[in-house]
Design a protein around this ligand. Sequence first.
Ligand code: SF4
Ligand code: SF4
Length: 332
Amino acid sequence: MKNTSLQRSRLFAQMAFFVLFAVTPVFDLFRYDLVAGHAWFLTYEWRIGLDDFLAGRSTPLEAGGRVLLMVFVPLLAAAALVIGVAWKWGRLYCGWLCPHFSVVETINRLMLRATGKHSLWDRHRVAPWEPDGSPAVRDARYWLLVVPAAIAFAFVWAVVFLTYLMPPFQVYADLFSLRLSRNETLFIIAATTVISAEFLFARHLFCRYACAVGMFQSIAWMGNRKAMVVGFDRERIGSCADCVGGRTSACDAVCPMRLKPRNVKRWMFACTQCGQCVSACATVNRDNPQGPLLQWVSGEAAKQNEAGFNAATLHRLRQMDAAEGNESRERQ
Ligand code: SF4
Ligand code: SF4
């Protein structure tokens, strides 16, 4: 797949999943209704079935069996699916579907234009060049979009969260007629405030250090040495000195998780397999008959990619980091 179509496909997948995330409660695909006191799953009422036990119509054993069947089995099945995918391909869910990561990337892009940094916590500015060598937009007026975009996303998230707990048609009717109840209003204001702060100040840090779904995927991925990984053609490391005309390392510049994609796997724990580094390197090397230096590899090639990362490679990468004024590549 070409680098542009790869990122276009990913954007399409992210947008489709974001829509699914928003409409899931509307169509009773999955939600817990606090008013009705039961969940919905694929348009069916989903009850644990403890009512009969509480009314004395079933034994504790029967009640335990229902909890196991209705709660633990579905949860374990969902976890097994996500972990199984991560074991083989890494955090694909994060990079290709997760509605939080879509926001991370959108706010990163706007912030990069406003400040030259993906995040307020980055120490150094990213050199103002796109992977194709054209000048990158840097304009402080983008702050006028950064903050409203974060608040707008947070508001949408707050309303959608509420529809996972309250009847969705009631929530939207109340919202559009400006007749939200006191509790609905408080929930939306509190959630919008907290989520806005997270989107503005801690969005990729949440993905790296706080998200349990991401953590478990990373742990599963780390456990499989043959799992798909961004591989680096170390033999050609000298070519990186000329990346984007010697102005910057395009792969480091684009990573939304602020990783250094040429690193060894153990320093790439939070990689979301978004492929932005792979696409950037393909763009940089679009006229190079040898092709890009970064490509996804799996199986034996993934093991060799890890094993071949030696002191000489690290030394050369550190030299390049120092020349670009970047911070230590171990500190990620
Ligand atoms: S290292 Fe590459 S694939 Fe991983 S998160 Fe960064 S840009 Fe995406
Ligand atoms: S791996 Fe590719 S994108 Fe990264 S610095 Fe080297 S040439 Fe540039």
